[in-house]
Design a protein around this ligand. Structure first.
Ligand SMILES: [Fe+2]
Ligand SMILES: [Fe+2]
Length: 193
């Protein structure tokens, strides 16, 4: 287990508070969960409209997450660690992800290569997340970034950006679609619901 996880788990158990690394890691889990759900939906022939709701949700979550990292987390690590190749590369990967998302959102659900484009985006994001968690997160701890203070700052900024990006993007509309699909799948597989 990584060192930063040990510290955070211990602290979280006693304070119930999340620091910036906990929050980013939680985002990573949720985002990768959406890519995983998309794969299942594709394998099981879910309708394009349902998959599109999930694609839009994942893209919105990624846009929010990368923005928070660029506005709050990366600058804090850079201030502590100085110029850093890892952070520069992560910024380039973010900008590639945004270009990828722009192209994806211009496509129609069901259009040729739409699904492949989303799946490839997920592969790039998985690699990016691995580098962040394995290299940038430990660096934030090694250089004594104030993870709690940055976490509070990020929480506040998250609410502002969500408002700015528009409630329509972040409302719960897409969730019932996904849940309805999961429910159907579970019923088909073994009558769990
Ligand atoms: Fe990132
Ligand atoms: Fe991240």
């Amino acid at each position: 287990m990584k060192v930063f996880m040990k510290n955070r788990t211990f602290k979280e158990m006693f304070t119930g508070r999340k620091n910036v690394l906990d929050m980013l890691e939680q985002d990573h889990k949720e985002i990768m969960g959406l890519f995983k759900t998309f794969r299942k939906m594709t394998e099981e022939g879910a309708p394009p409209s349902e998959k599109d709701a999930l694609v839009k949700k994942a893209c919105a979550a990624l846009l929010l997450h990368t923005r928070l990292e660029e506005e709050i987390f990366y600058p804090a690590v850079r201030r502590a660690a100085g110029g850093n190749d890892m952070l520069d590369e992560a910024m380039v990967e973010h900008s590639q992800a945004r270009a990828h998302i722009d192209e994806l959102l211009e496509m129609l659900p069901g259009e040729a290569l739409h699904d492949a484009k989303f799946i490839v985006l997920g592969e790039h994001i998985r690699n990016h997340i691995r580098e962040e968690e394995d290299q940038i997160f430990p660096m934030a701890e090694d250089y004594n970034v104030n993870l709690d203070a940055i976490g509070r700052e990020m929480e506040k900024r998250r609410a502002e950006i969500e408002e700015e990006m528009g409630a329509a993007v972040f409302d719960e509309k897409s969730i019932p679609l996904v849940s309805a699909y999961e429910k159907t799948r579970m019923t088909d597989e073994g009558g769990i619901v």
